[in-house]
Design a binder for this molecule. Structure first.
Ligand code: MN3
Length: 207
């Protein structure tokens, strides 16, 4: 969806992910943090109609083609908009606790086991100093990789396709978990929407 960008619906109520992710955090995260990225992205592009037909992924893939003065605002706020739009979809109340299908096989092939994948992803989330994200991506060759990015940088900036990510900015957990990022990430695994992650994996492989 191109300019003007809009805040997407979550697809579930703010209290749906309790007790793992609390209601107030979800509401503030969606209506204030994500809305601010949307507003700031639209403001950055307002005077640049040449780029109004581009979706947010295309903007991020071709950042260096943008006018110099909007590259950083689009990187931060476009990244914020895309990352959060995906993040809401990757969570669900009462999700399955294990991936299945082709994704499960690919995780075992790439990491040795689903538990080993989960451990590596968790370490990426906990090892990110300051604000950022941990990711499971499909790279250009179709391989699965785990890494983290700083701030709102998106894997699409490097040509990778994110299929699962966790927000480790303090705003994602501070109200309930304060400084205990490890407790937040451990709880977050309970709400991962593996059905959707499997769909993202199939789509990424079909490219
Ligand atoms: Mn966030």
């Amino acid at each position: 969806m191109p300019y003007p960008f809009r805040l997407p619906d979550l697809g579930y109520p703010y209290n749906a992910l309790e007790p793992h992710i609390d209601t107030l955090t979800m509401e503030i995260h969606h209506t204030r943090h994500h809305q601010a990225y949307v507003n700031n992205l639209n403001a950055a592009l307002e005077k640049h109609p040449r780029f109004h037909s581009l979706g947010v992924e295309d903007l991020l893939r071709t950042l260096s083609d943008l006018p110099a003065e909007i590259q950083i605002p689009v990187r931060n706020n476009g990244g914020g908009h895309l990352n959060h739009t995906l993040f809401w979809q990757w969570m669900t109340p009462g999700g399955r606790h294990e991936p299945g299908g082709a994704l499960r096989d690919a995780l075992v092939a790439a990491f040795g086991s689903v538990d080993a994948f989960r451990e590596q992803f968790t370490q990426a989330a906990l090892g990110r100093f300051g604000s950022g994200w941990a990711w499971l991506v499909v790279d250009r060759t179709g391989a699965l990789k785990v890494y983290s990015t700083a701030n709102q940088d998106s894997p699409v900036m490097d040509g990778d396709t994110p299929i699962l990510g966790v927000d480790v900015w303090e705003h994602a957990y501070y109200l309930k978990y304060q400084n205990r990022r490890a407790d937040y990430v451990k709880a977050w695994w309970n709400v991962v929407n593996w059905d959707v992650v499997e769909q993202f994996y199939s789509r990424a492989r079909a490219r």
